[in-house]
Ligand binder design. Structure first.
Ligand SMILES: [Zn+2]
Length: 83
């Protein structure tokens, strides 16, 4: 998958290659092409993906906590009813 990034300092566009794990692998900007290192576009994209993953993980923990709370409430109700 390719993501198009617009340069913040010129009207150039860069193309980020995203691998199947959702990580930016390479970019067409100078930093990546000539200096062969992870450029700011890759770092920004990967940081964004990491934030999204952290958010999803938190969301699923909250959903689990809500299920646990409902189950606890039900058990407590059943006990109070002598079931
Ligand atoms: Zn780049």
């Amino acid at each position: 998958m390719t993501k198009v990034i617009s340069s913040q300092t010129s009207n150039k566009k860069y193309f980020l290659s995203i691998n199947e794990q959702g990580q930016a692998e390479s970019c067409t900007c100078g930093d990546c092409q000539y200096r062969h290192r992870a450029c700011k576009h890759q770092k920004a994209f990967n940081a964004e993906v990491a934030r999204a993953a952290a958010f999803l993980s938190l969301k699923s923990k909250i959903a689990q906590a809500e299920r646990d709370a409902r189950a606890a409430a039900r058990i407590s109700w059943e006990l109070s009813m002598g079931l």
